[in-house]
Design a protein around this ligand. Structure first.
Ligand code: HEM
Length: 465
């Protein structure tokens, strides 16, 4: 007998469903529905209904086991595509396959290792502007830094003077997508200040990209990078990538490739400031491994605690807090019927805080939980900050290396203290970003004496100084 039992519908208000819960306090709402409904539920958000699957096996089914039955969700294909066009994040089918194949070599391990010096150099440049004792919006600094890194590594473009404009445009987009613009497409034509700012932001981003391409085409010696691969790509019939497609890929990579990493790092510094014991272990590892030198790819295997800090921060504060899909044909997931066209949400925020996989202290920031190969012991897709399967984040290794190198560079030089008088408020949008920035006071690192921490991170030579 075919199973026609739909996932249970979370009780909401007439017509709008759970709209106001989702856009009111989404975190309280998620905690409540998971406690009440378990691993599978349906949520009505205004005109759209989502099936949420929280169990790793069901998430793996969507990402990998039966991935052919799923395309990106309608929101991604329409709302996000209004800005990203048909770039790697939003495209499907043959176009996506061709473009992914074209871009992939730029993200191969041997290739991204070459980016490591750019990452550390730019981090140093950022630090050169920091003065001990001052209080800064670290999120803004990191956004600028990661934007410069992605533009330089992939497109050999210097965006120094444009970084402010891109930042302002992104902020407008993210705020817009955190409101009604996240569910109704026509909202962008409204005369509201948010929608006006949204339209201006898209125009601004377009202008910046076109300018970058024009400068490259006019320039003399052409560097070998992803942009040159795009510009040199030819179809079977010999035609090259259209300006439109080029614009879509570049804007996608610039946006997908910097905000996420900046947010991940911001949460690292925030969490470290709230957990002095973790901060002390990190500091000890940096002294032990780097001994005052700058980090390079050769240090990465030994920067284990640094790596765990990044992983743990992305577990609790996933930079992409949920991933959407749409079922192409009827199927069954987690024992429920999922009809063709159903919108599916896989929510890192929920699954990555589940005590079944992370124990009773799942909500606690504890980087050392990643010791003893936790990543391998977890069920597949119990941790999926980069998604999984064929559409896994193309920049996952890029991002991990970048985050570890920047964290190591900054934390070797400064200790960051969360400035009093603010509370961390989250803006869950396409990414999970701190609302209104994160102000931190920059302290010169004390010369480290042998800290009173677990001996595991200290080598035989002690503090290394
Ligand atoms: C901590 C940093 C990052 C996180 C958490 C992250 C997360 C994700 C996630 C969850 C997806 C899948 C979205 C979906 O399936 O709907 C994705 C896709 C993607 N990401 Fe990342 N990302 C990060 C960094 C980067 C970087 C550094 C780049 C490029 C330089 C990048 C480029 C992309 C692209 C192009 C896609 C689309 C891939 C495809 O569908 O073929 N991301 N990312």
């Amino acid at each position: 007998v075919p199973n026609h039992r739909l996932p249970p519908l979370v009780k909401g208000y007439p017509f709008v469903g759970s709209f106001f819960n989702v856009f009111g306090d989404p975190f309280a709402f998620m905690a409540r529905i998971v406690a009440e409904y378990g691993d599978v539920m349906r949520v009505q958000v205004g005109p759209v209904e989502f099936c949420i699957f929280c169990h790793p096996a069901d998430i793996e089914y969507v990402f990998r086991t039966n991935h052919r039955n799923f395309i990106k969700d309608k929101g991604t294909r329409t709302l996000l595509a209004d800005v990203l066009g048909q770039g790697l994040v939003t495209s499907e089918g043959e176009l996506w396959r061709r473009q992914r194949r074209l871009a992939q070599p730029a993200f191969q391990l041997d290739q991204i290792q070459k980016y490591s010096t750019v990452m550390v150099d730019y981090a140093l440049r950022m630090l050169a502007g920091w003065r001990p004792g001052e209080t800064r919006d670290v999120h803004a600094d990191l956004m600028r830094l990661t934007l410069e890194i992605v533009a330089q590594t992939l497109f050999s473009a210097s965006v120094g003077d444009q970084a402010g404009r891109v930042g302002a445009a992104l902020e407008a987009l993210m705020k817009y997508w955190a409101g009604p613009g996240a569910v109704v497409r026509w909202w962008k034509h409204m005369p509201t200040p948010g929608a006006v700012r949204f339209r201006r932001a898209v125009r601004d981003l377009d202008a910046i990209i076109l300018d970058t391409v024009a400068r490259r085409r006019a320039g003399g010696d052409v560097p070998e990078d992803l942009l040159s691969r795009f510009l040199g790509a030819r179809d079977e019939d010999g035609s090259c990538m259209s300006d439109r497609q080029l614009r879509d890929e570049m804007i996608t990579l610039l946006l997908a490739g910097h905000e996420t990493t900046a947010v991940a790092l911001t949460f690292c510094f925030y969490l470290l400031s709230q957990h002095p014991e973790a901060e002390a272990r990190l500091a000890a590892e940096l002294v032990e491994v780097l001994a005052g030198r700058l980090p390079t790819v050769d240090h990465l295997p030994r920067l284990r605690y640094t790596d765990w800090v990044v992983k743990e921060a992305m577990r609790l504060y996933p930079p992409v807090p949920n991933v959407g899909r749409e079922a192409v044909a009827d199927c069954e997931i987690g024992g429920y019927f999922v009809p063709k066209g159903a919108q599916i949400a896989l929510v890192q925020w929920i699954t990555q805080r589940d005590p079944r996989w992370y124990g009773e202290d799942a909500e606690r920031f504890r980087p050392e939980r990643w010791d003893n190969d936790l990543a391998r012991r977890l069920p597949r897709c119990a941790y999926f900050p980069f998604a999984d399967g064929p559409r896994v984040c193309i920049g996952n290794h890029f991002a991990m290396m970048e985050a570890v190198l920047i964290l190591a560079t900054v934390a070797s030089r400064f200790r960051l203290q969360y400035a009093p008088g603010q509370t961390l408020k989250l803006l869950p949008s396409v990414t999970l970003r701190p609302r209104g920035g994160v102000r931190m006071t920059v302290h010169d690192r004390q010369p480290l004496r042998r800290p009173a921490v677990a001996p595991a991170v200290l080598g035989p030579a002690g503090s290394g100084r």
